[in-house]
Design a protein around this ligand. Structure first.
Ligand code: 5GP
Length: 212
């Protein structure tokens, strides 16, 4: 018998963090380095921002269409954030998982909580923390020409978001970007080896034992 690859169910990697902790950069680097990983594209009712592309950044729909999608149970989870609706389309995720591909989710703690209820063992939750308050403040400040007031309100929001750290499986403290990406890659590598995800294992072991 020659070892071939063993069929595996994909996993759902949820990355959450307060803004300024580096989540977006980390997910972009992971996507560039790992061909088996794709990003879940959410559906939203919020207006498209300059530079955004329908189908790449989000699927942009109107509230009527969004409601129809809720009624047709086309979302794995959905939430209202800052007055707009956001949802994770079910079909694309299910297709990727059953094909053995892993999907990355850039969603907040509420979305992660909802996904935990429907996705169970498929979910791997990673929370990214900044190394210190000073560093978080510095990262939030270097964004454009924000006023002190805007930065202070972002810091308060970040403090609130960080209170949800204990609902995650893994915590990465993002002091050095390369180290943090390597740490998430290590988490991925280990999670991919979980027995429950390797759906082809029983057939493989059967063949091993029968000697063909
Ligand atoms: P933005 O409008 O700035 O792209 O995103 C606003 C917020 O909505 C972010 O905190 C983002 O994590 C969250 N968000 C984006 N897509 C989804 C989704 O599909 N479900 C949930 N629950 N939140 C989302």
């Amino acid at each position: 018998m020659v070892f071939d690859h063993i069929a595996r169910r994909g996993l759902m990697l949820v990355l959450s963090s307060p803004s300024g902790a580096g989540k977006t950069t980390i997910s972009r680097m992971l996507l560039e380095r790992d061909a088996n990983l794709s990003m879940s594209i959410s559906t939203t009712t919020r207006p498209k921002r300059p530079g955004e592309e329908d189908g790449r950044d989000y699927h942009f729909v109107d509230p009527t269409e969004f409601n129809l999608m809720i009624n047709r149970q086309e979302f794995l989870e959905h939430a209202k954030v800052f007055g707009n609706y956001y949802g994770t389309p079910r079909a694309a995720v299910e297709e990727a998982l059953s094909g053995g591909s892993d999907v990355i989710f850039d969603i907040d703690w509420q979305g992660a909580q909802q996904l935990s209820q429907v996705a169970g063992g498929d979910l791997v939750r990673v929370f990214i923390l900044p190394p210190s308050t000073e560093e978080l403040g510095r990262r939030l400040q270097t964004r454009a020409e924000d006023s002190e007031e805007v930065v202070a309100s972002r810091m308060a929001k970040a403090a609130d978001e960080m209170s949800h750290w204990d609902a995650y499986d893994f915590i990465v403290i993002n002091e050095d970007l390369e180290d943090s990406v390597a740490q998430v890659q290590t988490i991925l590598a280990a999670e991919r080896l979980r027995r429950q995800r390797q759906v082809g294992l029983s057939e493989f072991v059967k063949r091993l034992r029968e000697g063909y």
